[in-house]
Structures are given as structure tokens and as C-alpha cells.
Design a protein around this ligand. Structure first.
Ligand SMILES: Nc1ncnc2c1ncn2[C@@H]1O[C@H](COP(=O)(O)OP(=O)(O)OP(=O)(O)O)[C@@H](O)[C@H]1O
Ligand SMILES: CC(C)(CO)[C@@H](O)C(=O)[O-]
Ligand code: BAL
Length: 303
């Protein structure tokens, strides 16, 4: 079988997994590296930041996959409603200088009767996994399939989906996958709201309410020096200003999502429902009095 055509400096789109795999092997064969940015489409500035970082790598072809993965959606979730503006997405990829767009159909990616999946371990049932049973098995399975098909040297994921990033890093480590996973800080609107494809579901009023997620996280992180209880109390106080926002969880964890340390780096994570839209966010927190915190002039003046 002849290798499908790949032209440098332009967007090449492939829907066939077999063709995608052939092209990536051919590119590796001529010494090019591959960076993969997996997405579900409806591309926004968060995705574009992942692409921008990938584009910085030397001698590397950037591939973006666009695939709304049925396996990671539970019954009653928004699989059907999820936005799919494919033509606009391909325009974004062209504008950003992406050379490969991989847009498989679900029945091409999943063989009929496929039953083997990647089990995420206990963390897969916590936080997002508690609210979305089976979600992370679906995510890890599709990411493993993408890694197998493209054999990317690098793959970029956003910290907005922090638990997903931790689990993908763990999968790569535990299954000896040769891809280097790179996390990218969350891109936000000017009022702090984390960019998400699901923000389009919000009414103008809900959009106002949604600001409280990032406001609560940053308020909590700001008092990290005073310890875990202070962080959580401050975040909850901020959340109380928007009673229409229904918090699913607000948790302080270690950076690997194990228990938070008394002193050191931690992560504050939230999931909340604004109307019928479920939003997530998280921020880094420095915990305890014995670590160096950024200066806080008013308080430090009194010490
Ligand atoms: N605001 C953001 N900043 C940085 N990365 C992001 C941001 N939003 C999404 N990403 C990353 O882009 C990749 C693709 O995510 P996805 O296509 O699900 O978009 P999304 O906006 O997270 O959609 P959803 O609202 O369904 O979670 C993931 O690695 C995700 O973490
Ligand atoms: C990583 C991913 C593309 C797998 O479907 C998805 O979970 C996402 O967009 O974050
Ligand atoms: N960004 C994570 C994909 C999901 O919510 O299904």
C-alpha cells in the first residue's frame, strides 16, 4: 500500500486511522518528530495555547486530533449536544500552522465488539471519576489508541483537566509508553473563568455566576500560608456569594492528587454545576508557613 500524501507547511487531514498511522511512520522514517494535541474540537484559545507550545519544538510536525470520544461520556451526559464545528476548527488549525488534523469517525476508531479498555486505577473513581463513572477509562483508552496510532514523541494536555493530566502521565509511566506528556497551564478569560468548550452552554446570567469558581480557588490559594483549613474556608466563603452555583466537590490534594501535604505544593480543585452545565477548575497552592510564598505587603509589614 502506498503511503498517503503529506505536504509540508499546510494542513493535511486524515480520517482513516490506518492512513494516519502510515503517515506518522513515514515522518518518523525521515527523522521528523511528532507532537500530538488531542482534542474534542470546538477549538478555543486554550487548545491554541497547547498548539503554540507544540509548535515551538524543533524538527517536529504538530498533529491535532479532533474526536468526540463516545467512550468517555456517561448515559445522560452531553455527547449528542457537544459542539462539533468541524470546518471552523480546521480553519483554526490552518491559521495556527498545524500540519496534521486527525478526524476519525467513531466506527473507524473502535472496531465492532471492542471490549478491552485501560483501567485508570483507584484515582479513576475519585473527584471527576466519582461524578462520571467510567469517564477516565474512556479517556485513557482513546488516548492510548491515539498514542499507538501516531507514536507521538510529545503530547500536550491542559492543566484545566488536571486529573486527566495526572492519569495520562501515570498511564504512560505504568505502561512504558514512549511519549513525553507535557502539561500546559490553564488559559482564562479576563475575569478568570477557565476557557472550556462547554462555556457556550451558559446563559449570560450563568456566565456571571461561573466567575465564582476561579474567584474561590484564587482566594483560597492566596491564604495557603495559613494551611489547608484556611484555604478551604476562604474558598467556601467566596462561593457563598453565588448560591445558584451548586458545588459538586471542592478539594485540596497533593500535586499527584494523593493527600495534600502540610507544607509544600498542593492543588485546589473544584467541580460545580451552573444551571445544567458542569464546570471544573483548579489552581496550584503553596501550603504552610515554612515554604516561600510570594510577598503579601500588608500582612508582611506587621511581622
Ligand atoms: N482553558 C484551557 N487551558 C488550557 N488547556 C485547555 C483549556 N481548556 C481545554 N484545554 C485542554 O485542551 C485539551 C482538549 O480539551 P477539550 O477538547 O475537552 O476542551 P475543553 O474546553 O476542555 O472541553 P470540555 O469543556 O468538554 O472539557 C485537553 O488537554 C484540555 O485540558
Ligand atoms: C484527552 C481527550 C481529547 C480524550 O478524548 C479529552 O478528554 C479532552 O479533550 O480533554
Ligand atoms: N476535557 C475533558 C473531556 C470531557 O469532559 O469529557
Amino acid at each position: 500500500m502506498t503511503t498517503p500524501k503529506f505536504s509540508r507547511g499546510t494542513l493535511n487531514t486524515f480520517a482513516s486511522p490506518e492512513q494516519m498511522s502510515q503517515v506518522s511512520r513515514a515522518l518518523h522514517g525521515v527523522g521528523r518528530k511528532l507532537a500530538l494535541v488531542p482534542t474534542m474540537g470546538a477549538l478555543h484559545a486554550g487548545h491554541r495555547e497547547l498548539i503554540r507550545r507544540a509548535k515551538r519544538l524543533p524538527n517536529t510536525v504538530v498533529a491535532t486530533s479532533i474526536f468526540v470520544n463516545p467512550l468517555q461520556f456517561g448515559a445522560g451526559e452531553d455527547f449528542e449536544a457537544y459542539p462539533r464545528p468541524l470546518e471552523a476548527d480546521l480553519d483554526v488549525l490552518r491559521e495556527d500552522g498545524v500540519e496534521i488534523g486527525f478526524t476519525p469517525a467513531a466506527d473507524a476508531l473502535y472496531a465492532e465488539g471492542a471490549v478491552v479498555t485501560v483501567h485508570p486505577g483507584p484515582l479513576g473513581d475519585e473527584l471527576e471519576g466519582a461524578a462520571r463513572p467510567g469517564h477516565f477509562a474512556g479517556v485513557l483508552t482513546v488516548v492510548a489508541k491515539l498514542f499507538n496510532l501516531l507514536q507521538p514523541d510529545y503530547a500536550f494536555f491542559g492543566e484545566k483537566d488536571y486529573q486527566q493530566l495526572v492519569l495520562i502521565k501515570r498511564m504512560v509511566r505504568d505502561l512504558n509508553i514512549g511519549t513525553r506528556v507535557i502539561g500546559v497551564p490553564t488559559v482564562r478569560e479576563r475575569d478568570g473563568l477557565a476557557l472550556s468548550s462547554r462555556n457556550v452552554y451558559l446563559t449570560p446570567e450563568q456566565r456571571e455566576d461561573a466567575i465564582v469558581l476561579s474567584a474561590a480557588l484564587t482566594a483560597g490559594a492566596f491564604v495557603g500560608r495559613d494551611g489547608a483549613d484556611a484555604v478551604l474556608e476562604t474558598a467556601w466563603k467566596t462561593l457563598a456569594a453565588r448560591p445558584a452555583v451548586e458545588v459538586d466537590y471542592l478539594e485540596l490534594r497533593g500535586t499527584d492528587l494523593g493527600p495534600a501535604p502540610v507544607d509544600g505544593e498542593a492543588r485546589l480543585l473544584i467541580a460545580a454545576r451552573v444551571g445544567s452545565t458542569r464546570l471544573i477548575d483548579n489552581v496550584p497552592v503553596l501550603l504552610g508557613a515554612s515554604v516561600d510564598h510570594p510577598a503579601h505587603p500588608e500582612r508582611d509589614a506587621g511581622e
